[in-house]
Design a protein around this ligand. Structure first.
Ligand code: CP
Length: 311
């Protein structure tokens, strides 16, 4: 069934996830060619509508769209009529009149991309909405892990560490990893690890206890200082000591051969010590690179008029 929008991971079937991850492979192969562009979306237009800051998601969507030969328009929220009080509905109706084919949206309110999707004929892609979902981050995380585990993720153990409660990354990435038969556990302060939710996800509040679970991958979440989560623990120094990858812990995870992931941007000295940035099994830069391939796959999959399933 052709899809118009990508709003979350939970509404995707396993077949759709496999299709998207599979389509990202040939797109990544393009990166090593002298000509990295293909005409797949020539004549299509992509509007970037970011109400919240972004480096990786915004720039990789823009690069992805351009490598598919689409035209890209950046809606400059701080210099738009939004600051004069224009509502999201008015903004979308105005943009709809421009007949854009895709709207890539990031917003602080959960479910806003879904509301926008109901207002427009354009394909809406959720680039992160509040604490709800970040589906392309989840896809790039799964794609990156499938590269290091080409045999598949079944039985692989991923420990997600940090503010689980407010994290759209934790929600979407844990959902996709479970769908791909990986085992997932959460570790964080008791106030930031939801007690309800999927029963097949283990929950830890103590780092040493979590390590006894023998994870293959440690996935550090960003401490969202702008959402003032810092109030949930005494200080950033204390957070680093209790939940961060300190130099001592880095030596241990190196000795045990664990992979290290983080969605970025990293708060150095909080989630990760400086030395972790040069850790040989860090996948952080690879996550960024793979973000382009995965977002090319998503744009192609949602191609207006179909074609995304042709391979
Ligand atoms: N991972 C992620 O969403 O990063 P940005 O906020 O830089 O887009």
């Amino acid at each position: 069934m052709a899809r118009k929008d990508l709003l979350d991971i939970s509404s995707l079937s396993r077949e759709e996830i496999d299709l998207l991850l599979g389509q990202a492979v040939p797109f990544k192969e393009l990166f090593t060619r002298s000509v990295k562009k293909v005409p797949a979306l020539k004549g299509k237009s992509v509007l970037m509508l970011f109400y919240e800051p972004s480096t990786r998601t915004h720039s990789s969507f823009e690069v992805a769209a351009k490598r598919l030969s689409a035209d890209v328009t950046n809606f400059d929220v701080p210099h738009s009529s939004v600051v004069k009080g224009e509502s999201v509905r008015e903004t979308i109706e105005t943009l709809q009149a421009m007949r854009t084919d895709y709207i890539v949206v990031r917003h602080g309110h959960s479910s806003l991309p879904s509301i926008i999707a109901g207002m427009t004929k354009a394909s809406v892609i959720n680039a992160g909405d509040g604490a709800h979902a970040h589906p392309t981050q989840a896809l790039l995380d799964a794609f990156t892990l499938q590269e290091v585990y080409p045999e598949g993720l079944a039985g692989k153990k991923v420990l997600i560490i940090g503010d689980i409660l407010h994290s759209r990354v934790a929600r979407s990435t844990s959902t996709i990893l479970k769908r791909l038969d990986a085992e997932v556990a959460f570790l964080g302060p008791g106030s930031l690890v939801p007690k309800s939710g999927p029963e097949n996800i283990k929950r830890f509040t103590d780092y040493e206890e979590a390590m006894k679970w023998k994870p293959d991958v440690v996935y550090l979440l960003r401490v969202q200082m702008e959402r003032q989560d810092v109030q949930f623990f005494p200080s950033l120094r204390e957070y680093h000591r209790v939940y961060g990858i300190t130099e001592e812990r880095l030596k241990r995870i190196d000795g045990e051969g664990l992979w290290l992931m983080h969605p970025g941007p990293v708060n150095r000295g909080v989630e990760l010590c400086d030395a972790a940035m040069d850790y040989s099994r860090s996948l952080i830069n690879r996550q960024v690179e793979n973000g382009i391939a995965v977002r090319m796959a998503v744009l192609y999959w949602l191609k207006p008029g179909g074609g995304g399933e042709e391979g």
